[in-house]
Design a protein around this ligand. Sequence first.
Ligand SMILES: NC(=O)c1ccc[n+]([C@@H]2O[C@H](COP(=O)([O-])OP(=O)(O)OC[C@H]3O[C@@H](n4cnc5c(N)ncnc54)[C@H](OP(=O)(O)O)[C@@H]3O)[C@@H](O)[C@H]2O)c1
Length: 254
Amino acid sequence: MNILDKFRLDGKVAIITGASKGIGEAIARAYGQVGAKVVISSRKQEDLDRVAEDFKKEGIEVTAIQAHNGKKEDLESLVRQTIEKYGRLDIVVNNAATNPAFGPVVATEDSAFDKIMEVNLKGAFMLGKVAYPELKKNQGNVINISSVAGIKPDEKTGIYSVSKSGLISLTKVMARDWGADGVRVNAICPGLIKTKMSEALWKNENVFKQIMHFIPMRRMAEPEEMAGLALFLASDAASYCTGGVYVADGGLIV
Ligand SMILES: NC(=O)c1ccc[n+]([C@@H]2O[C@H](COP(=O)([O-])OP(=O)(O)OC[C@H]3O[C@@H](n4cnc5c(N)ncnc54)[C@H](OP(=O)(O)O)[C@@H]3O)[C@@H](O)[C@H]2O)c1
């Protein structure tokens, strides 16, 4: 087989959470471009419908399903509807996340801690568990979108960093548990990517300048720049990769 063919996802079905914008949208588009049927999910149906319309115009097979990442019944329904519609599930990208609290530990409300953990960490745990039987059947894989903040926290990302460290650990635990079943699990750790979530870090010129000092490539990335790595890990090109933590950060944590 030609090596480029291994990067194709023809016949595969992928769920991407948090895919109404940013990194999730970019990953879903890339998967669709190489032949996957993509199920995009987030909390707001109207935003998903808009993205789905764009995808359809681009020739991508897509279904938009509303699901809150902190609600188990939503995640169960997401998997059930995916299998009802497409007959299978091969790839899960746990990308949805929230960060309602920027700042130090003592300034973080207990409720904010709970919300961050529920959406960013428990959501990936729950969706992984619900999807597992189908992934096992199809020798599928999971990609967890963590962050460089999960490897090296900084003072601006607080408890969010804790959730992202947990997601790296969950990746390794799932990879260990599921390796013998042929289900691969990997994590991606983006650096600074230009999205809604990271607005506070790039909209203010002074803050942005300070951050650039720490990034060897001296720039942030566009969401599309995360898609190649996410495609590699989802595809047969990565057939021996599991439990890995892959950084894409312009050198930020070097
Ligand atoms: N941008 C960065 O610099 C950066 C760096 C490192 C890691 N990351 C990670 O990359 C991933 C994507 O972030 P992004 O920067 O692309 O953010 P974004 O553009 O703000 O997109 C976040 C997505 O998650 C969805 N979402 C938020 N809360 C949700 C919930 N409770 N349930 C379901 N969906 C939810 C949002 O849609 P709704 O609001 O409609 O639900 C949206 O689709 C996240 O895991 C983030 O932690 C980002």
